[in-house]
Design a protein around this ligand. Sequence first.
Ligand code: PLP
Length: 459
Amino acid sequence: QDPASGSGSPFPQRGGPIQVFYAPPEAPRRPMISHAEGIYMWDTDGKRYLDATSGPVVSNIGHGNGRVLAAMAEQAGKVCYASRALFENQANIALAERVAALAGPGFERVFVVSGGSEATEAAIKLARHHAVACGEAGRWKVLAREPGYHGATLGAAAITGDPETDAVFGPVMRIMPRVPAPFTYRVPGNLDAETHARHCAEALEAAIRDEGPDSVLAFIMEPVGGLATGALVAPDAYYTAVREICSRHGVLLIFDEVMSGAGRTGRFLAAEHWPDARPDLVILAKGVAAGYTPLGMVLAPREMVEKVVAAGGFLHGHTYSANPLSCAVGEAVLAEVMDRDLIGNAERMGILLGERLQVLARHSGIVGDVRGLGLLRAIEIVADKTTKAPFPPARKAIARIVELGLDRGLLLYSRSTAGGRYGEWLMITPPLIVTDAQLDEMMALLTEVLDIFEAETRS
Ligand code: PLP
C-alpha cells in the first residue's frame, strides 16, 4: 500500500503524492515486486512474470541462487566493508584472480568498482594515466560510436553516442568525437552491410586524423551492442580493421562488455569471438554479479598497470571500490557460471534462440530484423518490413508492446531511438540458466504479445 497517498493502491499513482523519482510523469503504473526465483518474478498480487531479458541484461544466473546467497551471508558475517586505504581483502583478490584467469593473456590486472559507468570512468582514467606515464600527455580524446552507451555519469556520458543526452547535459561535460556505428539492417545508401562497415572503420581513421592522432587516447565500443544498437554484431572484417587502425595510431582499443561480458555471448568475453581484434582494456559489470550486488571492473594488461604504478600510482578510487561483499558475490556468481557450464549453455541456447527468433520474424509482420550472438539478441520492430519504416513515434509502439508483455506476464526491455532515427527494438536476453522448455514458453508469450500488437495496428 502507498502509505502517503492513502489511496489503497499498492502502486504510486500517476500525478499522486508519491512519484518514483526517475519515472517520467506519463509512465504507466508498474507492478510492485514481491520476490523472484530463477527466470521468474512475482508481484505483490501474486502474478508471475517470465523475465525474457534478465532485467536490463543483468540477472545472468537468475534469482534466488543458493550458492550466491550463502556466499553473501558468509562474507557479511565476516566483514562487509574495509577501507581500501588500510586493508587488502581476500574476496577482492579471489575475484580478481578468477576474472584474470577467465579473461586470459593481456588482462592480468583487475580494478573493481561498483557498476558499469564507474568502470567506464576507471578505464578512461587508467588510459589517461598510462599516456601521461608514457610521455604522451597530449592524448586525451576518447572516440566512441553513435549510437552507443557507456554509462550515465558525466565522463561516461561525454563519450556515450547519444544526441538526446548531449542536448541536456552538453554544457556540463566535454562531448567527445563520435563515429557511426556499423548497423547491418538499416544501412545508409542501401549499401551492403560489409561495405557500410568498411566505411564506418574508415570513418574512425578519418576522425583520428581530423582530431590529430597525437591527441587521441582511446576508442571505445561495445563488441556486441547493447540497448543502444539492439545487439548489433558488425561483419568480422570491421573488428580487425578497427584493431589495426587503433594500433597504427597508438590509440587504445577499449571494449565495453558491460552487457556482452561474463559469458552472455557464449564466451567469457565477447572479444573472444574476434581473436585478431583483442582490445587493450575491457570493462565488465552487470552479469559479473548478476544483480545480487553492485559490481563493475576494468581488465587491463600487467605492463600498463605497472607503468602507472611506477609513475606514482592510480589516482582514482571510490569509497566502495573492491567492496568485500560485492567481490564475494561476484566470485560466487562466476563460480556458479563455470561449475554449471552456463557459458556453454549460453552458446547452445543462443543458437536455439536465434533460430526461434528467425521463425518468429517469418511469422510476424512487424519483426524486421533479428540480430545478436549467444543470449544477447534483439528483434527490430517495424511498421513495414519491405521499406523497413519504423512505426511513427506517436504510435508509441515499443511502449505498447512492453505494456502488453507485462499484461501477459512477460518482462521485456526495449529501446526506441529518438524520432525513430535508428529504429526501435526489443532485447531478447534471458538468463544464462534458461532451459529449452523455458525458451518455448518465452517464445509462445512473445509471439502472442507481438500478434496482439500487430492486430491492434492493423485494425
Ligand atoms: N555500458 C553498457 C554497454 C551498458 O549497457 C551500461 C548500462 O546499461 C553501462 C555501460 C553503464 O552501466 P551502469 O548502469 O551499471 O552504470
